[in-house]
Design a protein around this ligand. Structure first.
Ligand code: HEC
Length: 139
C-alpha cells in the first residue's frame, strides 16, 4: 500500500529529512499543501468540482456522512460504514483506511502522525466554513 512518508523520503534523502528543520523539507511552501498534493493525485478538493481522477471530491467533507459526495461510485463497505467525517474519524482513516473500513478502495496511508496533522490542518484552513459547520453540528 503506498504511503505518504515513503513518497516524501523518495523525494528527499532520509538524512535530509532527519537533519533539517521540518519546514526545509517543503521548499518554503505550506507543508500541509505540499502533503495534500498526494491526495490530489486521486481526489479533487474544490467546491462543485466533481470527482477527481480516482476518487470523490473532498470539498465539504467535514461533518458529512461517508460516501455521500455526488458523482462517485463508492464501495459498499464505505457506504455501509455510517461514518461521519470529523477530525477523529479522518485521523483514523488517514492512518489506515483499510483498518477503519475493511474493503475500502482507498489504497493510501499517512502513517506519520505529524504529517496527518498537517494534512488535516490544511483541509481545515482551506474550508473554514465547512469545518465550522461540522463542529457545530457535532457538539
Ligand atoms: C490512490 C488514490 C487515493 C489517494 C492518493 C487518496 N485517496 Fe482518499 N479515497 C480514494 C478512494 C478510491 C476513495 C473511495 C473509497 C471507497 O469507496 O471505499 C477515497 C475516499 C476518501 C475519503 C472519504 C470520502 C467520502 O466522501 O466519504 C476521504 C476523507 C479521503 N479519501 C481522504 C484522503 C486524503 C486526505 C488523502 C491524502 C492524504 C487521500 N484521501 C488520498 C483514493 C485515494
Amino acid at each position: 500500500m503506498p504511503r505518504l512518508a515513503i513518497a516524501l523520503i523518495a523525494a528527499a534523502t532520509a538524512s535530509f529529512v532527519h537533519a533539517t528543520a521540518p519546514e526545509a523539507q517543503y521548499f518554503g511552501m505550506d507543508p500541509g499543501e505540499v502533503l495534500f498534493g498526494e491526495c490530489r493525485d486521486c481526489h479533487n478538493f474544490a467546491e462543485g468540482a466533481g470527482p477527481g481522477r480516482k476518487a470523490p471530491n473532498l470539498w465539504g467533507v467535514y461533518g458529512r456522512t461517508a460516501a455521500t459526495a455526488p458523482g462517485w461510485d463508492y464501495t459498499p463497505e464505505l457506504r455501509a460504514s455510517g461514518i461521519v467525517w470529523t477530525e477523529t474519524t479522518m485521523e483514523k482513516w488517514l492512518r489506515n483506511p483499510g483498518a477503519l473500513v475493511p474493503g475500502t478502495k482507498m489504497d493510501f496511508q499517512v502513517p506519520n502522525e505529524e504529517q496527518r496533522e498537517l494534512v488535516l490542518e490544511y483541509m481545515r484552513n482551506a474550508d473554514p466554513a465547512g469545518y465550522m459547520r461540522a463542529i457545530q453540528g457535532l457538539k
